[in-house]
Design a protein around this ligand. Structure first.
Ligand SMILES: NC(=O)c1ccc[n+]([C@@H]2O[C@H](COP(=O)([O-])OP(=O)(O)OC[C@H]3O[C@@H](n4cnc5c(N)ncnc54)[C@H](O)[C@@H]3O)[C@@H](O)[C@H]2O)c1
Length: 501
């Protein structure tokens, strides 16, 4: 059994790498080594892809009901398994507070149940026919083997969203976890026990392995979640192979506090939206636009709520764990210092906590008096920092919120129905939340506009990403069609030219 004081050396049980490189996972709270992982070699990759192709040939031929039964078994297994070890590994790998890690894993069963039933519900479309005696329809079929390239921040939940849809569509799945969160992902793989051998695999590795998976002729679809820069590279690499790719990229979500905001609720909600997982949620609220009429009252409450947060190791009673890496914290420091140099005021935080000198911690921070020339209003910060800008009114807030190359999510706190509906209409984002940020729903499409992504996860769109349509026309009463060769004589002018169609 896992011993937290001993680093783990991990080799994938099915494919033991012999001569590959290794990477070390460091606990960002203590800087201790959590594990040393043997990365997948390109030779091993071929073996895994061949096994996936073999398993997929049978999997895709199964009837939808049987496939759904297997997916429900996976969901049952997730619900029945003691996931404390997996959650603890996740906390130690990337700093996520333990209750959030256990919550993430517990939430995964829903996607398997949802896609199991959705794939059963419809497998295509029967169209009204263009002529009698013809059965004209489109059916959905599996693509083959899908590649799932994952980020560190929700290594298991986000993997389940696309893996469930892909399996339900009849595909094999190859998962490439983020190097930092390989151990918890490998630990979670036990829930796939009910699947035929070879149909799913988790391969440790970095960018080189991810690129090889996309380039391989043995893979047929890509699901990527990560930064905008990597997402662009993945989209281009997939396009070069004409492979469909769902790209879930980064963001810098706006949060609007209107003159009609319920301030108590807004202060509590924004603390979670900004600082949940130390701001390392793709839909973390980073840019705050607060209407002048309530600005000072809101900031007072926002600061008071933030004071209640405890910074510390995610395995202790702390809400704010460390950033995932030294580089991640360096970026936060750069953005805060740039904002301060350009006139921002630190309302709270703005520094490395004295209580946590070892790990990659940063205090939950509120910056006021922010202006659009500050890098923090242009770049994704991905840290526990709320950059607040005072705006004249609701219209200015919407305009400022949309002034971004990102378009993942956007949130508003208001009790005005008119403002809520206006915000839903006018915000340029793939997801809009009014009075309840960060929520998702398996039945609704998840994804971003602009540079925040291409394609959608979850919902029917998330299923369609892993299947291809085939138009099928069957004439069950065969007749010679009027337009078939040779052309009838009366289609010609007397001089031999064609008259009309
Ligand atoms: N839109 C969403 O749903 C969503 C959800 C979670 C996280 N994110 C974003 O993810 C980022 C944080 O995650 P991260 O730091 O792990 O992201 P990252 O881009 O550094 O890495 C993500 C994954 O891509 C792989 N990778 C990187 N470059 C690659 C390439 N050229 N070819 C193939 N694979 C490549 C990495 O090894 C890793 O597995 C943030 O920007 C966050 O906003 C987005």
């Amino acid at each position: 059994m896992f011993n937290p004081s001993e680093p783990v050396f991990y080799r994938h049980p099915a494919y033991l790498p012999s001569d590959g490189t290794r990477h070390t996972v460091i606990d960002p709270a203590t800087l201790a080594t959590v594990g040393i992982i043997a990365d997948t070699t390109l030779t091993e990759l071929e073996t895994v892809l061949d096994a996936a192709a073999k398993a997929q040939r049978d999997w895709k031929r199964l009837d939808a009901k049987t496939r759904a039964t297997v997916l429900h078994r996976i969901a049952n297994r997730i619900e029945a398994t003691d996931m404390r070890h997996c959650a603890e590994l996740m906390s130690r790998e990337m700093g996520k507070p333990y209750p959030e890690a256990i919550g993430e894993v517990a939430n995964c069963a829903g996607a398997f149940r949802y896609f199991a039933e959705m794939a059963r519900d419809e497998a295509g479309k029967v169209a009204g026919t263009t002529q009698a005696g013809s059965f004209q329809h489109a059916r959905y079929e599996a693509l083959g083997t899908s590649v799932h390239i994952m980020p560190f921040n929700f290594p298991i939940l986000l993997m389940c969203w696309t893996v469930a849809a892909s399996l339900a569509s009849g595909n094999a799945c190859i998962i490439k976890p983020a190097p930092a969160t390989t151990l918890s992902t490998l630990e979670f793989m036990q829930v796939f026990e009910a699947l035929p051998e070879g149909l799913i695999a988790c391969l440790p590795g970095g960018v080189e392995l991810g690129s090889a998976l996309i380039a391989s002729p043995k893979t047929h679809a890509v699901a990527f979640t990560g930064s905008v820069a990597a997402g662009k590279a993945v989209a281009i690499a997939a396009a070069a192979q004409m492979k469909p790719a769902v790209i879930e990229a980064g963001g810098s979500d706006p949060m609007i506090i209107t003159a009609h905001a319920p301030l108590e609720v807004a202060a509590a909600g924004t603390v979670t939206a900004a600082f949940h997982m130390s701001g390392q949620v793709c839909t973390s609220a980073e840019r705050f636009f607060v209407v002048d009429a309530v600005h000072d009252a809101f900031i007072e409450k926002f600061v008071a709520e933030t004071k209640r947060l405890r910074v510390g190791n995610g395995l202790t009673r702390a809400e704010i764990g460390p950033l995932v890496s030294e580089a991640a914290r360096a970026k936060v420091i750069r953005l805060v210092e740039d904002a301060k140099a350009k006139g921002a005021t630190v309302a709270i935080g703005g520094k490395v906590p004295e209580s946590e000198p070892v790990g990659w911690f940063y205090e939950p921070t509120i910056l006021t008096n922010c202006t659009p020339d500050m890098a923090i209003l242009r770049e994704e910060c991905f840290g526990p920092v709320a950059a607040v800008m005072r705006v004249k009114d609701f219209d200015e807030a919407i305009e400022r919120a949309n002034d971004s190359e990102f378009g993942l999510g956007a949130s508003v706190f208001t009790t005005s129905l008119e403002e809520a509906m206006e915000a839903a209409d006018r915000l340029e984002a793939g997801m809009v939340w009014v009075n309840n940020p960060l929520i998702d729903n398996d039945a609704l499409p998840f994804g971003g506009w602009k540079k925040s992504g291409l394609g959608r996860e979850l919902s029917k769109l998330g299923l369609d990403a892993f299947r291809r349509s085939k138009m099928v026309i069957i004439d069950h009463k065969p007749v010679v069609q009027s337009w078939w060769y040779p052309y009838p004589d009366d289609w010609f002018y007397e001089d031999g030219g064609r008259k009309h169609v």
